[in-house]
Write a protein that binds this ligand. Sequence first.
Ligand code: IPM
Ligand code: MG
Length: 400
Amino acid sequence: MVYKQAIEAAKEHFGKVLEGQLERVEQLKKEQVWIDFEDIRPIVIGILGGDGIGPTIVAESQRVLEYLLKEQVDSGKVEFRTIKGLTIENRAAQLKAIPDDVLAEIKKCHVTLKGPTHTPERGDGWPNIESANVAMRKALDLFANVRPVRLPKENIDWIIFRENTEDMYAVGNQGINVTEDLGIDFRVITTQGSRRILEMAFDHARRMGKTKVTVVTKANVIKTTDGKFLDAARVVASRYPGITWDSWYIDIMTAKLLDVERRHEFQVIALPNLYGDILSDEAGQIQGGVGTAGSANIGKRYAMFEAIHGTAPRMVREGRAQYADPSSVMRAGAMLLEHLGFTDLGSKLHKALDICGQYEKRVIMTGRSTGATSREFGDYLMATVQEPDMEARWELYSVA
Ligand code: IPM
Ligand code: MG
């Protein structure tokens, strides 16, 4: 048989992938407990600027966080720490998705606020290292990617729970070219990995008084892995009798997000990694652009907060980095506050962002010189968040 050798080599490679994943499943079986920020002092917040528009927009989010947390910083409850070196230049020089010394610094923080980092793709001039995002999600076991989308004027309040460590991403850089003409990638879905993201989605629904969780797969076609995710959904849902759930296929789900009559009926959405990547960009666009959408990467021990979008190389190339919308990382900052237990501060920041970005819009961003700069938007947001009656004003807008 002509391909015997190629097949044997592929089998051996596949065997190694399986060994790694079975080991991972064993790790997942060991219950981990959630970190409790109540007793931690200081809570260390690491700041990672990232690449492209990252440093510009992260600076604006850091500014508002430092303002809101001033009391906690003064009393020693919270500490900000800048971490250098998570740049494409340094990562390429060290041929590492995350250089070891940078990862060690990240692990000394409880949470991080991170700018987008460049993900090399074949032929773009950078060595083909793994995405820093994907590597960090795996290294810190940040299994839940939580992406809220709010459009109060349309009564939309979605929250997407995207599984963050499995699916096509688990071994995305371990695919194999069996021959020159045949490439195979591997999709990984585990019972444990599915259950924990679904549990988080259902827990969130229960805590926030939501009534429905929508589970999205393509289980009619991708029977084994999506089938397993859906099986996990049935098991988890049975433990939440007060919450209904429905199952949608990803194709019709992307269509339904454009159905202005019905889309407000979605509440909590839970789905595997790649579908979640795509659906959350669509949802972010509906909110007003991916530049307005923040994202939380949450694990039981660590958490990382970031924009849902990338480094915007086109904006940088055309000299427009200073016009990047910082609301995405500011939303991420609001989620960071909520995660640490500063729920009132988080809610305040969300409301200020609603006012500036959706209701009042006194400063308009266009991503170019026809609109405001990140700094100008940051100034506007800072002024808004400092108004004593800001939250009352938000109430008025939100019922109007
Ligand atoms: C995201 C991004 C990342 C992803 C990229 C940068 C690897 O698109 O956070 O959604 O695909 O997860
Ligand atoms: Mg994405």
